[in-house]
Ligand binder design. Structure first.
Ligand SMILES: Nc1ncnc2c1ncn2[C@@H]1O[C@H](COP(=O)(O)OP(=O)(O)OP(=O)(O)O)[C@@H](O)[C@H]1O
Ligand SMILES: Nc1nc2c(ncn2[C@@H]2O[C@H](COP(=O)(O)O)[C@@H](O)[C@H]2O)c(=O)[nH]1
Length: 199
């Protein structure tokens, strides 16, 4: 049986200096969130990266339990009412969610916990954890975003179209978040994220 912990509020976090903090990295698909995240984790292995649950099929090279926990739609839909997700959303035809218990345990043990998630989930986290640091990653241009999604070579034409369509809406929401960083020069963007998290 998995124990469901209460969601931490801003007040709880402020009153308990030993508690960790959530950091949310969001932005359109293909902007480079995952690549930036991996580099950030190499520089700072003390960060805890939350492995998400998804109903998407694994891409070549993706490992269950490391890239994602890959589960069926039926299983995901069972887990939602059981309160297993801190946030969840449907994105480009698949479900994605953040495992609640693992993340709350890490925060409670004082860790900085990093989530790399899409817009709707990031909004849910902002509502539940007002003290979370939220960072929106922007592409230098829409054309460059499309180039990056295509150069990754891992999505069907249909998936690319859905992701680009969604990206137009997501980019409009950038101002909702604490910090906006343009991922043009990779190292500059990485340094900017590092400064936002540790500065
Ligand atoms: N600053 C950059 N300049 C050029 N290419 C980049 C830059 N940052 C990332 N990329 C490349 O863009 C592609 C997409 O990056 P990545 O998969 O990290 O995006 P993402 O935002 O995590 O996408 P998704 O949300 O769909 O998982 C990759 O091929 C990556 O190497
Ligand atoms: N709301 C959530 N979004 C998530 C989560 N894990 C990943 N994502 C986002 O989904 C899209 C698509 O990812 P891909 O791996 O299929 O390219 C991307 O924006 C991810 O950041 C999650 O747990 N919750």
């Amino acid at each position: 049986m998995i124990r469901v912990l209460p969601i931490q509020s801003r007040a709880t976090t402020k009153e308990s200096p030993n508690l960790g903090r959530l950091i949310v990295l969001t932005g359109p698909s293909g902007v480079g969130k995952g690549t930036l995240m991996r580099s950030l984790l190499q520089r700072h292995p003390e960060l805890y990266y939350s492995v998400s649950v998804t109903t998407r099929s694994p891409r070549p090279g993706e490992i269950d339990g490391k890239s994602y926990y890959f589960i069926s739609r039926t299983k995901f839909e069972q887990l939602i009412p059981e309160g297993e997700f801190l946030e969840w959303a449907e994105f480009a035809g698949n479900y994605y969610g953040t495992p609640r218990e693992a993340v709350l345990n890490q925060i409670n043990s004082g860790k900085l916990v990093v989530l790399e998630i899409e817009l709707e989930g990031a909004r849910q986290i902002r509502a539940s954890f007002p003290s979370a640091l939220s960072i929106f990653i922007l592409p230098p241009s829409f054309e460059e975003l499309e180039k990056r999604i295509r150069s990754r070579g891992q999505d069907s034409e249909d998936a690319i179209a859905r992701r680009l369509h969604r990206a137009q809406e997501e980019i409009k929401a950038a101002d909702e978040f604490d910090i906006q960083i343009v991922n043009d020069d990779f190292k500059t963007a990485l340094n900017d994220i590092e400064a936002a998290v540790f500065g």
